[in-house]
Design a protein around this ligand. Sequence first.
Ligand code: FAD
Length: 409
Amino acid sequence: MPKPQTTYDAIVIGAGIAGAAIVKSLKNNKISNFLVIDQGASEATKTSAHAEALCHPYIGRGASRLQRLTFMAFNEARHVWATSWRGDGVFHLPRTQDGFSKDLMSERLLSQGFSPEKAIPLSQAEALRMLNVNAGGTFFPEGGWVNIQQACQETFECVPSAQKRWSTEVAKIHYENGHWVVLDSQLEQIAITKRLFLANGLGAKKLANGLNVDLPLKPVRGQLSRFRFKSDTTWSTHIPKVALSGKAYCLPPSLVEKDCYEWVIGSTYNEGIDDLSRWPESDLENSSLMKEMLSLSSIEEELQAHSAFIGVRCVASDRLPIIGPVDGCPGLYTLISLGSRGVMWSALGSQMFTEHLAHEMAHSAFFDARFFAGARLAAAGLTADLAATLGAARFLAGASNSKLILPSG
Ligand SMILES: Cc1cc2nc3c(=O)[nH]c(=O)nc-3n(C[C@H](O)[C@H](O)[C@H](O)COP(=O)(O)OP(=O)(O)OC[C@H]3O[C@@H](n4cnc5c(N)ncnc54)[C@H](O)[C@@H]3O)c2cc1C
């Protein structure tokens, strides 16, 4: 007997933070007839099984595209992932203290659109007094970290069980009679849909290849180390009061047992590697970078590596996310290649799809070569060049580069 066909308004492949972001945009558009598929036994079993993902705006050399995008994305992330947001600011240290000047940094921040209360340059003496960090840098009071696993759990908890298909690998997709057909590893049809979202990181490469779309994605292994140290060691006199970022990043150490602190420090960056085993040398690299950042080379005793989070980032050749409709494939969209900025890019993607889908639904049509910005994102700075920077079309030979349609008036 042939299986009855189940037709959805949308299918999302991948239940990490990218999939969660898309579910939010579907719900914002009152699309409730959707299915989420993941090969893991639940949501957030891969790179998004991550409790300490830092988020702060990026300081560019000038108002580069990356700087403008992250400026916007940071504001969206504060809003989209509000319930999983933690921390009281992030202090960003430049790669080197040579030539760091508070006055020059103030000018640079103002020229990049930061208001003085949202990005505060601190001299070395000020940072030591206020944050117990012996280095100058820029304090982002709104910065923090997100438990992205929790953000995924919160989002998927609200999806009815019948709309979640776990432990199911999507092996193939194809377009037929105006619908996307989704097949499992036995090449059995799982379901068909009008809209198909690839939110499955590196897994999107194989599915896109089947459509003759070559996405230049590669794995980048990362290890985040959890160290322990006793309160009578020299380390305890250097406890930063807030999260830090720079050559490495860390959360403020927390007391986990009597006289014992835990310090989360990350993250290594091994290009082309997808090994998920724990590497002692990665723990060493993380602690050495933190020593360098804090100029603590004289400290003899080592931090005790206690446990680690290891994940594989999905990174595109230009290090930017791939967000938007795929040219020539009506109803196919991507939110992949979030790299080391999963918190920000997923939030930006969520808001972009919220506005794009609203336009598509108002016109009852797919606009596969264009991205629509609603009034809110357009006002927030989403210009045509920025949208084109994110579209899959930038990698596709012969595709018209995605054009952004801005709201009239
Ligand atoms: C060590 C480390 C530190 C990091 N630190 C930060 C940080 O400080 N700040 C920050 O913002 N980001 C950070 N990141 C990045 C962030 O974790 C990722 O960008 C984010 O988790 C990626 O989410 P995703 O949903 O794209 O991918 P994933 O979470 O990997 O989700 C993809 C899902 O797709 C599923 N899937 C794949 N293929 C298929 C298929 N064919 N069929 C069915 N299901 C499929 C997988 O099972 C998986 O659940 C870090 C990453 C690492 C590794």
